[in-house]
Design a protein around this ligand. Structure first.
Ligand code: SAH
Ligand code: DHB
Ligand code: MG
Length: 224
């Protein structure tokens, strides 16, 4: 284990492949000034989300867990004109900062930021019949990942992808005795994936500036 080196490699990658971006940097700075936790995706993870959304030619994206809008900016920038990002956030203060950051990024018009518990937001979306999503990014409280995933699945069209952040948790994923509700959440999520016929999924472990963690990538196959 060499976490300093993981961070140094992330910096190397960012130095070459992620040119300085005043809008994203301002979003992080404003989030920090507002006292939000520094738990946004890393720059290279943000760009990966952006690239996945473009590969997917996503027109409707759902994000669960907005924080200050950093990953939302990456995702919304991948949308074509007329595209839409719906992002769900529990904390009014986080949502306020995100709204400012998204507006300053010139993306406010394509982002539907909804404040409240994500489970309620998902139930409301299911009732709206506003069209299915072609990409979902799940990055809120980890204990609820299984519920977020099964609700998201119902809101996805076939061919959609679902990305779930922070599912490896420094390896705690494999410890059945870990009482942490986040660990129980990611474990139940993997057990659910193992028997869910509607998706094909894998989990990739990652190291970098955010330590040792990982994400799940799931492809929605058919009718759900
Ligand atoms: N996706 C963001 C980081 C999200 S951090 C980024 O990469 O930039 C997790 C966020 O989920 C926090 O803002 C937290 O307030 C929010 N959250 C926690 N519990 C929630 C819930 N029940 N419903 C909606 N959002 C929740
Ligand atoms: C936490 C949440 C995240 O989404 C993340 O990427 C890292 C940490 C947290 O709640 O601690
Ligand atoms: Mg995360």
């Amino acid at each position: 284990m060499n976490p300093e080196k993981w961070g140094a490699v992330d910096n190397y990658i960012a130095g070459l492949l992620l040119p300085s971006d005043p809008v994203l940097e301002a979003a992080l700075r404003r989030s920090e000034e507002a006292g939000l936790p520094a738990i946004a995706v890393s720059p290279s993870q943000g760009k990966m989300l952006h690239l996945l959304a473009r590969m997917q030619r996503a027109r409707r994206i759902l994000e669960i867990g907005t924080l200050g809008g950093y990953s939302a900016i990456w995702l919304a920038r991948a949308l074509p004109s007329g595209g839409r990002l719906v992002t769900l956030e529990l904390e009014p203060r986080h949502a306020e900062v995100a709204r400012e950051n998204l507006d300053r990024a010139g993306l406010g018009g394509m982002v539907d930021l909804r404040v409240g518990p994500a489970l309620a937001g998902l139930a409301r979306l299911a009732g709206e019949k506003a069209g299915l999503f072609d990409l979902v990014f799940i990055d809120a409280d980890k204990a609820n990942i299984p519920a977020y995933f099964s609700q998201s699945l119902k809101l996805c069209q076939p061919g959609a992808i679902i990305i779930v952040d922070n599912v490896v948790r420094q390896g705690a994923l494999i410890n059945p005795a870990d009482p942490n509700p986040s660990v129980q959440g990611v474990r139940r999520f993997h057990e659910m994936l193992a028997t869910e016929p509607g998706v094909s999924a894998t989990t990739i472990q990652t190291v970098g500036s955010k330590g040792w963690d990982g994400f799940t990538l799931a492809l929605v196959i058919g009718e759900t």
